[in-house]
Design a protein around this ligand. Structure first.
Ligand code: HEM
Length: 501
């Protein structure tokens, strides 16, 4: 480059920088690190952004602003601030920041997870609550979940007989998927033994992997047509696979229904959720509940529901294996309640197992599967404690940082379920120091389902088995690192050998 061009380029970059900085000084954005031209604060994020942002917020405070490429991002890192945004100003922050990958197959136009909080979103939340996730529906489907938990126990027993380690996260994932798929379609979509067909597992894990990778296009939308990391191309393959699986299931069901005797028969015999949803379909008006909308709803439920549950389960088992005394305390609590070892723990027992519940809370405090919730977006400029959160800013609520804040929790890095025996704190969105499911109108609609699945799965595996690490590894040598993505699972899968009790 010749000297005049170099001079021109330098002046140009300096003026952009000065423009950004002066704009920032004059604006009433919350405090935050100064952004570099073009890339903003991207280099201040490591491959574990929840950790980097927790460190930065210690310096800049619980309401912090950054520039991630061209995206203004607001990071919330205290219970008070979370309450201010998701309770006091809930409606104003109820929209979603939509990642580029979600534009694939028009998911942003159909997905309950990413639609703005308008009429279509309300309809989808109502449908999922009314027919699948309400307390009443969950009570009615209890037996089915128990059957799936017994299959998990059978798989673990088989590993026990063969003296084989269980891949705890993968087994829990299979259970969670099959619970959902049986509630919805009355069939299994996953198998425990990996030699069998894994089409669904591959598709859903592919979607999770691709969607969890930081995508340059989200920070620099101008790069969208280039797809520099190839994520859109790969994502399309997985989304199409998943879409195809659900499409085929719907076709098969429609054929079965067509060969059924009469229309009246169909309406009166509501077998599973798919039957109910097919009865609700509006074939004439795409803007209502269409076949396409149904497939996207199914994708939402599996993508949002399976990995979050299995990741939490894997971390809970990890901490219990690291802390055998706590595992023993939990087992004693269960055996005191259910004295006959042949009997299984059921959902009705959960409320009588405070220590087991405390284990789940403590796990979700230390390892929230969605460390930033799902990014929200401001629907217009909002004044918060003298600062302005601008319209369209992306909001990350760092629940991981809140869960490990010394000002809130004593000895926050230590797994100590006992802390919840003394404190009246729950994760249902009222106690802002513990909101792994979010709070306000965007709170996770699957909270109650997850609550039931997690406790019964965990309680059953503790009640029936003791556990040791594969290859007699010492607990001190366990790798406790997490992997950041759509969820935050263990970096190294937990492989544990069950011992029959
Ligand atoms: C341990 C298990 C789970 C955790 C920790 C979890 C956590 C979350 C979080 C943090 C959000 C976003 C809240 C926000 O943005 O403020 C969310 C949303 C959502 N979750 Fe869950 N979830 C779990 C299980 C489930 C299950 C079992 C289902 C359904 C079967 C489900 C379905 C959804 C859906 C559809 C949304 C989007 C709601 C919306 O945007 O309106 N989740 N979940």
């Amino acid at each position: 480059m010749d000297y005049p061009s170099f001079l021109f380029l330098s002046l140009f970059l300096i003026s952009i920088y000065v423009y950004i900085i002066s704009g920032r000084r004059n604006s009433r954005l919350p405090p935050g690190p100064y952004p570099l031209p073009v890339i903003g604060n991207l280099f201040q994020l490591s491959n574990k952004p929840h950790r980097s942002l927790a460190t930065l917020s210690k310096r800049y405070g619980p309401l912090m602003s950054l520039k991630l490429g061209s995206k203004t991002t607001i990071v919330v890192s205290s219970p008070d601030m979370a309450k201010e945004l998701f309770h006091t100003n809930d409606k104003l922050f109820s929209s979603r920041s939509v990642p580029n990958i979600l534009r694939l197959m028009d998911r942003h136009k159909y997905s309950m997870v990413f639609l703005p909080a308008g009429e279509q979103w309300r309809r989808l939340r109502r449908i999922s609550r009314e027919y699948l996730l309400s307390g009443q529906c969950l009570d009615a489907s209890q037996q089915l979940r128990m059957e799936k938990v017994h299959e998990l126990l059978d798989h673990v027993s088989q590993c026990c007989i063969n003296e084989k380690a269980v891949n705890v996260g993968a087994a829990a994932f299979t259970t969670a998927v099959n619970i959902l798929s049986n509630l919805i379609f009355s069939k299994d979509l996953c198998q425990y033994v990996s030699s069998e067909s894994q089409e669904f597992k591959d598709a859903i894990w592919g979607v999770m992997e691709i969607s969890g990778k930081p995508n340059l296009v989200d920070f620099f939308p101008i790069l969208s047509p280039l797809d520099p990391q190839g994520l859109t191309r790969q994502g399309r393959v997985y989304f199409q696979k998943l879409y195809g699986i659900f499409d085929r299931i719907i076709d098969q069901r429609l054929e079965t229904r067509a060969s059924s005797s009469s229309d009246e028969d169909l309406k009166s015999t509501k077998k599973d959720l798919l039957d109910v949803l097919l009865n609700l379909l509006n074939f004439k008006d795409e803007s209502k509940f269409s076949r396409n909308g149904l497939i996207h709803l199914l994708m939402d439920l599996f993508i949002a529901g399976a990995d979050t549950t299995s990741t939490t389960f894997e971390w809970a088992m990890t901490e219990l294996i690291r802390n055998p005394k706590k595992m023993e305390t939990a087992r004693l609590e269960i055996t005191k309640l259910i004295q006959n070892n042949k009997m299984h723990i059921q959902e009705k027992h959960i409320s009588q197992l405070p220590y087991l519940q405390a284990i789940t809370k403590e796990t979700l405090r230390l390892y929230p599967p969605a460390p930033f919730l799902i990014p929200h977006e401001a629907i217009h400029d909002v004044e918060i404690q003298g600062f302005v959160v601008p319209k369209n800013a992306q909001i990350l609520c760092n629940v991981w940082a809140i869960g490990r804040d010394l000002n809130i929790w004593s000895d926050p890095e230590t797994f100590m379920p006992e802390r919840f025996l003394e404190a009246d704190i729950d994760y249902r969105g009222q106690n802002f120091e513990l909101i792994p499911f979010g709070s306000g109108r965007r709170i996770c609609p699957g909270l109650n389902a997850a609550h039931r699945m997690l406790h019964v799965m965990l309680g059953s595996l503790i009640q029936k088995f003791d556990w040791k690490l594969e290859g007699n590894m010492k607990v001190e040598d366990m790798n406790m690192e997490e992997k950041f993505g759509l969820t935050c699972p263990r970096n190294v899968p937990l492989m544990a050998v069950p011992i029959k009790l």
